[in-house]
Design a protein around this ligand. Structure first.
Ligand code: GAP
Length: 434
């Protein structure tokens, strides 16, 4: 699969557009179209169902994006959240030193002609209130995680649940990345889904393993990503983030090779201890048996919604050779992610066909994501639905007016079935498992 072809499909069909498109775009920033918006919502919902709703000990939070800057001083982000930056002395391009392969400039191919590495802080700065001076500096959050740590006591006091428990959040994060790019893989504004799981220190290694397996299986069982496109990789000591004791990445086989999809970090007591020290508040838990306090350890599964969407698009994208020598492009999306479940298509624009089709579409819309389309030839409409990953098309033809049946076309096999209109809801509930 060529990345350019996928990006072009995404733009052509309304999944994602370059942001500020009419002004020529803006630095690898993307806006999601009506289909991408729906797909992201499906990803968020599935994650929330699995990580929060279906568990008795994980609780949701919506914390602020702009916080007291003390949060980022204590968390270590102001001093440590940096990437190594180099400039190419030939083309003046700026790059992350750890992204340069074989000492060669990715822009102009010149070799070994870079400035010394210097650390570049990724925090986005802003000012709160009307005066732009140092006293009013604040930061956009670079991870949602700190919202959970600084609320640890609030949660411990309100959730009526003992350790272990988790606090989960979905929301935007911001990083002034040196080299954003590769479509929605790395952007400066992105959406994270993170969960901080607080547990007793002696149980933390076991819970780290537990969450690695839970998260890995979710990609396979719920998102239907093929096993061979996923792997788990443990970080080397020198790759670990400043807060981490151990991290394992779930990696995906992106068009350019293996890349991080999700990180599952063992953060130890780093964050709670750091915030205790700086705030003077005791972020700890009472061990009832020994009547002593201890600082919980934290396991953190953290992933980007945009990155999951990208991985799903990559694994769903296919170009199939047809018997007549033609090809068709399709997204073999799992139905849980498909922005449209069913397309209802009248064979012609005759009034009575349109009227029956619209009635069918509005009945199905009570249960499924439905699109109604009467434009262009039926062949073109099928191709379009294939490209946006719609699992089923319902075609209403002239016989439908007499036999009250319609033709259902399956996206993947292109097999066609004739089904009574009265049976459609049951049929699709079974097929789509909704
Ligand atoms: N709280 C831990 C944390 O933020 P991370 O590995 O830096 O860890 C977690 O980020 C996940 O967020 C990544 O695995 C990736 O899916 C996503 N992510 C990170 N930076 C991103 C970026 N610039 N653009 C898109 N997604 C990003």
């Amino acid at each position: 699969m060529k990345l350019d072809d996928l990006v072009s499909l995404a733009k052509r069909r309304g999944i994602a557009f370059p942001s500020s498109d009419i002004y020529g775009g803006f630095q690898s920033t993307w806006d999601y179209g009506y289909l991408g918006t729906e797909m992201k919502r499906n990803i968020r919902d599935l994650w929330w169902q699995n990580v929060v709703q279906q568990r008795e000990n994980v609780f949701g939070i919506e914390a602020a994006i702009i916080t007291n800057p003390a949060v980022w001083e204590s968390s270590g982000h102001i001093s440590n959240f940096t990437d190594p930056l180099v400039d190419c002395l030939d083309c003046n391009g700026r790059f992350r030193a750890d992204h340069i392969v074989d000492d060669t400039c990715p822009e102009c191919d010149s070799k070994s002609n870079f400035t010394e590495e210097r650390n570049f802080n990724l925090l986005f700065k802003t000012f709160v209130g009307p005066v732009e001076d140092n006293a009013n500096v604040a930061y956009l959050r670079p991870e949602t995680a700190q919202g959970m740590f600084v609320n640890f006591l609030n949660y411990q006091n309100t959730i009526r649940h003992k350790l272990p428990f988790g606090i989960a959040q979905i929301g935007k994060s911001f990083r002034n990345e040196i080299t954003p790019g590769q479509f929605i893989f790395r952007t400066r504004e992105f959406e994270q889904m993170e969960m901080e799981f607080f547990c007793r220190p002696e149980e933390s290694v076991e819970f780290h393993e537990y969450w690695k397996n839970e998260r890995y299986n979710w990609y396979i069982e719920t998102l239907k990503i093929p096993k061979e496109k996923l792997r788990i990789r443990d970080h080397e000591k020198d790759e670990l983030a400043h807060y981490s004791d151990a991290t394992s990445d779930i990696e995906f086989d992106f068009p350019w090779g293996w890349g991080e999809l999700e990180g599952i970090a063992h953060r130890g007591d780093f964050d709670l201890s750091a915030h205790s020290k700086s705030s003077g508040k005791k972020l700890n838990t009472l061990d009832v048996e020994s009547n002593t306090h201890f600082v919980p350890h934290v396991i953190e599964p953290a992933v980007g919604v945009d990155r999951i969407l990208f991985a799903i698009l990559c694994s769903a994208y296919d170009i199939e050779e047809l018997a007549d020598g033609e090809t068709r492009t399709l997204l073999r999306l799992p139905s849980a992610i498909s922005p449209v479940h069913i397309a209802v298509l009248p064979l012609s624009k005759k009034t009575n066909l349109i009227s029956l089709s619209k009635t069918i579409a509005s009945e199905l819309r009570k249960f499924f994501r439905v699109e109604y389309d009467e434009t262009q030839s039926i062949g073109k409409r099928y191709r379009r639905q294939d490209e946006i990953g719609t699992p089923y098309c319902v075609t209403v033809d002239f016989d439908s007016l007499d036999d009250n049946a319609v033709t259902i076309r399956d996206r993947d096999s292109m097999k066609q079935d004739r089904i009574q209109v009265s049976e459609l809801v049951t049929y699709f509930k079974n097929q789509l498992r909704i």
